[in-house]
Design a protein around this ligand. Structure first.
Ligand SMILES: [Zn+2]
Length: 343
């Protein structure tokens, strides 16, 4: 399928409204007003879309996209979605190999002092890949609590309520801890974060399973050391927890930002996301600016003699990252004049 055919398909899907998995609002695009070579690009919504329920949905067809790491999958209920081709090495593969241990809760052995002062994390990319874990009232915040430190956020629920995977990723560990987490699922994500879902009454996934944001991974409950049904939810980076409310507004279920500037100071249990404005908003704006600048897209035009390795070094990045950004393999041949995204 060439680009034009693919665009025609996209337009068709937009016009016929067959895109309910991606976009439930009516399209206002008038295809006659578009130039012939127009490319329609979706914005990544920060709000959760419909949960992806695998029940009764069958794959009708899989169509290659312009990026070899992505396919378009058509379902029998007239919906479609982009699906990452996990067989093609376009992700930062170290995420699922380094410190990958399915046998224990804490897989990383990275000391806080060895983490950079701040790091930019692209939470979602051009794929729609976010869904709230559960939307509800926060009953206990991250931070010091009684004698210990509360490593996550508690959200009120009824036993049996569905719990969703927050981002795309792979289940690293599941366990039952009677005097603690109860039924626990840990998922490692493409963006490098890990999320913990505890006190579940039921788990639907096992270590090694690939999951999509919005996939139901289990049901909420009251197992382990818990009084009253709730979800205990943690977000960790290299094993270190920070306040999940920095990323998620649990009341609305929305992701607060696409790109997150994670500062080392956030790993302190005394560092919380607050609704306490002025100073917080100001530093938040600064953070967003820094994160946006860091995330700004930059291209390199391939010249004679260029290799992925050389381009990576000249642009202070890695070959893996270049492959990930461009949906190419390390062994792909570069053409002179080809535009390579370097950031
Ligand atoms: Zn908790």
């Amino acid at each position: 399928m060439n680009l034009r055919q693919m665009l025609t398909l996209c337009l068709m899907l937009l016009v016929t409204g067959g895109v309910s998995a991606q976009n439930t609002t009516q399209s206002t695009i008038n295809k006659d007003s578009l130039p012939a070579d127009a490319v329609i690009v979706k914005r990544v919504p920060l709000a959760s879309g419909e949960a992806f329920d695998m029940k009764d949905v069958l794959v009708v067809d899989t169509i290659p996209s312009t990026s070899e790491g992505l396919s378009i999958v058509l379902y029998n209920d007239n919906t479609w979605r982009y699906v990452r081709n996990r067989n093609i090495d376009v992700l930062d593969e170290t995420i699922y190999t380094q410190y990958w241990d399915t046998s224990k809760i804490h897989a990383y052995n990275v000391e806080l002092k060895d983490l950079p002062m701040s790091m930019v994390i692209d939470l979602v990319d051009t794929l729609k890949s976010y869904h709230y874990p559960f939307k509800g009232r926060v009953t206990s915040k991250y931070g010091p609590r009684r004698r210990g430190i509360h490593q996550g956020t508690d959200i009120d629920l009824e036993t049996g309520d569905p719990i969703y995977a927050t981002f795309d990723g792979r289940v690293r560990h599941t366990t039952y801890i009677a005097r603690g987490y109860g039924n626990l699922i840990i998922i490692r994500h493409d963006n490098g974060l890990e999320t913990f879902y505890a006190h579940l009454s039921e788990t639907n996934v096992k270590p090694g399973d690939w999951v999509t944001a919005g996939q139901v991974i289990g049901k909420g409950g009251n197992t382990g050391r818990s009084t009253g049904s709730h979800l205990h939810y943690e977000i960790r980076y290299k094993g270190h927890s920070f306040d999940p409310e920095r990323l998620i507004d649990f009341k609305t279920g929305d992701l607060r930002r696409e790109t997150f500037l994670l500062k080392r100071t956030y790993f302190s249990p005394y560092s919380r996301f607050t609704q306490d404005f002025d100073e917080e908003v100001q530093s938040d704006e600064e953070d967003k600016k820094i994160a946006q600048e860091a995330a700004a897209i930059k291209y390199h035009i391939v010249k004679s003699g260029d290799t992925l390795g050389r381009i990576a070094i000249n642009n202070h990045t890695t070959v893996t990252k270049l492959c990930q950004l461009n949906g190419i393999k390390k062994t792909s041949t570069l053409r002179i004049g080809q535009r390579i995204r370097v950031r």
